[in-house]
Design a protein around this ligand. Sequence first.
Ligand SMILES: CC(C)(COP(=O)(O)OP(=O)(O)OC[C@H]1O[C@@H](n2cnc3c(N)ncnc32)[C@H](O)[C@@H]1OP(=O)(O)O)[C@@H](O)C(=O)NCCC(=O)NCCS
Length: 292
Amino acid sequence: MAHSDPALAQESPLRESELSDADALVREVGWNQVAADWRIFLDLGTVYAVRNGAGRVVATAATLPHGGRFAWISMVLVTAEYRRQGLARRLLNRCVTDLTRNGLVPVLDATPAGRSVYTALGFADTWGMHRLACHGWQSHDATAATHDAGVIRAITDSDWRALCHYDATAFGADRRGVLDRLRGRVPGVDLIVHRGDRVVGFLLGRDGRSATQLGPLVANDDTIALALLHRGLAATQGPIYIDLADTKTRLRGVLEEGGFLPQRPLTRMVHKRGESFDDPVRTFAVAGPELG
Ligand SMILES: CC(C)(COP(=O)(O)OP(=O)(O)OC[C@H]1O[C@@H](n2cnc3c(N)ncnc32)[C@H](O)[C@@H]1OP(=O)(O)O)[C@@H](O)C(=O)NCCC(=O)NCCS
């Protein structure tokens, strides 16, 4: 149904008092974000909202700068009644204009539905991943997998600076502000691996509306990544999501053997650029399509 509501013609930043409307959009599409996730965008980025004449938020899009090079665009949501009227396209245009004006390259991880909107706006595919979901991880003996990995242990305050530096070299930008907001959300999965005094991998996670999300999972090789995953999975209760790079076939095999199923594909897309900023060797699982 097309709406001629003049209120729809404008977008402006989401207000704190509108977080419950924003949350309703997430629930409508069955996404996993909770209030702590919206807060990441409110505090570290910008959330644009379109409201109807009654003042209800009917569409959103968020930007999240990562260092001074690029920025994520995400939380592109339009409530069903207001779709196919150009709201997503307009919000996206607004985000892209803001970011490029500030010298930041827009990046996003697209669902198949979003991809058609983004392609038309000049975003190019770089690499693919799949959301893998599991309702009950069948615990395996993790000892074999951890044997050659290095020393795995819980992250401590004294690790944080080196961990954030290691992440920045793999992700392509310093995103310490985001990592700060993930740490501590799921006790037991915040893990780091050292070889000698070098960081060679880490895992973080976060709680969600329908599942615990494990990621980012960044590691020098498969053995380290598997060891982190086994330890993290053993510490996680209930449903779990992991957004795993399609190139990581060994991990995918282990996860599928343990009960994970692919839920949907996601495509990392970069505005007017055919390659992403991340290191494909060390990027195993992303923090989430909304965060990078
Ligand atoms: C994807 C979504 C944001 C699109 O919102 P929207 O306001 O309806 O999109 P727009 O009206 O701006 O559409 C712009 C163009 O994108 C394409 N498009 C949008 N929705 C589409 C769909 N379901 N199938 C195919 N193409 C689609 C069309 O080319 C459309 O232009 P047209 O209507 O002139 O043909 C909305 O359907 C939604 O909230 N989906 C669920 C959440 C989601 O997947 N978000 C994207 C995350 S990456």
